[in-house]
Design a protein around this ligand. Structure first.
Ligand code: HEC
Ligand code: HEC
Ligand code: HEC
Ligand code: HEC
Ligand code: HEC
Ligand code: HEC
Length: 364
């Protein structure tokens, strides 16, 4: 990751006395962080991963008269000079990395897990590094944007720290670190703090799907008269586009025709939402009625790198440990859209991607 994290960590150590003995303890969320004693806070259970944190929001929401969370991030008096919004770090992104740090623990964040496993990052939404959006121009070319971290892309361009004005909850895939994190094995539907209006967007996006990506990549959608891209389901092609949490997927790994509409993320097995699958990355040919009038969404081509298999033989999805520590896991990393081992965040590369939906018998 192109980010200067060491200074941020050292600055953190010296600048704020958060009451933690081991700094990596704050890292997201591997070993318990003891909290700020002066606030009577035993963070792991009360504030950060509070008992009430059954929705994965952590310190980013569920604020109440009895919670004491603001102080985890804001220092009301004598905050470090040169910072913003009374934060302990000079930048918002630095602030986020204080807890969601992929290098401190090691390799347990949404960024840093790939390098932490000794592999190479092939694509990323880098933070603190760029203002250029590939395919950001509505005409199809690249464009620049005035992002939140002094003009370049940072966490705050996609996420809100306070969980305000977010997209609707959706089921995700990522295995979170903490063994104490009950949320990890329960229903995994949350907003991921995704802003309805990523920086620069003017039309709110209420569901996480192609339209959310197109808030920045305006020239990667498909519409009559637009740039020549692969067809993509979005508000520009249909009034009710499929989204990440509502897309046709094969009804089972072995189904050859039957599809159901549901999440690309984890699905329910009885009472728990822990079943991973790769069933939304393939499409039967001939297309089914559920596919009529619809194209794929961005995430059916751009997601975590994995082995998809084919219609009738979809590869099973297994994540046995967080952060890619088990090399055979599929998908090994669940860090999309932060970093990937594949170029351009492609699910699979080369023809392997195309044949997921275009078997050779379809081709003229
Ligand atoms: C997880 C860390 C975190 C927590 C917890 C948190 N904040 Fe913030 N807060 C931030 C960050 C980061 C910013 C800077 C946001 C930006 O500039 O986009 C911020 C900015 C603010 C601002 C300035 C907004 C502006 O327009 O300049 C206020 C006010 C604020 N927070 C109040 C609160 C209150 C009240 C709470 C508790 C109910 C709280 N925060 C909890 C991280 C946090
Ligand atoms: C004080 C530590 C701390 C800071 C600072 C912090 N986070 Fe978090 N964050 C957490 C914890 C703890 C969780 C909840 C994890 C869980 O229990 O599943 C969380 C959850 C999240 C989630 C998932 C939310 C969901 O609804 O699924 C996102 C996204 C996130 N944080 C982004 C950020 C960003 C962006 C920043 C900087 C603006 C930031 N965090 C700063 C500790 C922190
Ligand atoms: C807030 C604006 C923003 C949003 C929202 C956004 N992107 Fe990006 N995207 C960027 C920027 C900026 C870059 C360039 C990043 C870099 O150079 O590190 C980029 C790069 C990419 C790349 C190329 C990565 C590489 O390393 O080659 C792909 C593919 C991509 N984005 C797909 C998506 C998809 C799919 C979504 C929706 C899930 C999405 N983006 C949402 C701004 C955004
Ligand atoms: C280009 C937009 C973008 C940027 C920049 C970005 N994120 Fe995210 N982030 C996302 C999206 C989209 C998701 C939800 C992915 C999913 O669940 O499929 C997400 C999910 C997360 C999660 C939740 C992962 C989980 O366990 O479910 C955390 C934590 C997080 N981001 C932290 C960060 C931090 C910290 C930064 C900056 C260092 C950052 N993000 C930068 C788009 C972004
Ligand atoms: C059918 C599969 C497919 C769909 C759907 C798709 N992409 Fe792509 N995308 C690709 C492939 C393959 C590449 C690499 C091709 C290349 O680099 O020329 C790519 C490259 C990109 C790139 C980086 C290079 C560039 O030219 O900008 C971005 C950004 C991107 N896609 C964004 C998106 C967004 C946003 C969506 C949804 C609106 C989307 N893509 C939908 C397959 C797809
Ligand atoms: C997730 C499924 C999916 C993937 C992966 C996918 N496609 Fe498609 N593609 C579709 C659908 C759906 C259509 C609409 C027509 C149809 O049903 O075949 C389409 C249409 C097309 C068209 C016709 C476009 C037009 O304007 O008429 C071409 C060409 C194409 N795809 C090529 C590719 C190539 C090359 C790849 C690999 C880079 C690819 N597709 C990957 C689902 C997919």
């Amino acid at each position: 990751m192109k980010v200067k994290v060491c200074c941020a960590q050292i600055a953190l150590l010296t600048l704020i006395a958060m009451g933690c003995s081991v700094m990596s303890a704050v890292a997201f969320p591997e070993t318990s962080y003891p909290g700020r004693d002066e606030y009577g806070d035993t963070c792991w259970y009360t504030n950060c991963h509070a008992v009430s944190n059954n929705d994965g929001t952590g310190p980013h929401g569920n604020y109440s008269a009895t919670s004491n969370v603001c102080s985890l991030c804001h220092t009301v008096h004598d905050a470090p000079t040169g910072g913003v919004a009374l934060l302990p770090e000079p930048t918002v992104t630095g602030m986020c990395l204080m807890c969601h740090d992929g290098t401190g623990s090691p390799g347990s964040g949404v960024y840093g897990a790939i390098i932490g496993r000794g592999l190479t990052v092939s694509s990323e939404h880098s933070v603190n590094a760029t203002n250029v959006i590939p395919g950001g121009d509505i005409g199809g070319g690249d464009t620049t944007r005035d992002f939140s971290e002094g003009g370049v892309l940072g966490c705050g361009d996609c996420h809100t720290p306070h969980g305000s004005r977010t997209v609707a909850r959706f089921a995700g895939e990522r295995s979170r670190n903490s063994t104490k994190d009950t949320f990890r094995n329960a229903e995994l539907r949350s907003t991921r703090l995704l802003k309805q209006l990523p920086t620069g967007a003017t039309t709110p996006v209420v569901e996480y799907g192609s339209d959310w990506c197109m808030a920045c990549h305006a020239g990667r959608g498909s519409w009559i008269g637009g740039p020549m891209n692969h067809p993509v389901d979005s508000k520009l092609t249909t009034s009710a586009p499929y989204v990440y949490d509502r897309v046709p997927r094969m009804s089972s790994d072995t189904a050859t025709v039957d599809q159901v509409v549901g999440s690309m993320g984890r699905i329910a097995d009885g009472t728990e939402w822990r079943v991973r699958h790769n069933r939304a990355f393939v499409m039967p040919w001939p297309r089914t009625v559920l596919q009529a009038g619809h194209a794929p969404i961005c995430m059916q081509c751009h997601e975590d790198a994995r082995s998809v298999g084919a219609v009738g033989a979809v590869a099973s999805a297994t994540v046995s440990t967080p952060n890619g520590t088990t090399a055979t896991d599929n998908p090994r990393f669940q860090n999309f859209p932060h970093e990937s081992t594949n170029p351009k965040f492609l699910v699979e590369v080369g023809d392997d991607l195309c044949t997921n939906c275009h078997p050779t018998e379809q081709l003229p």
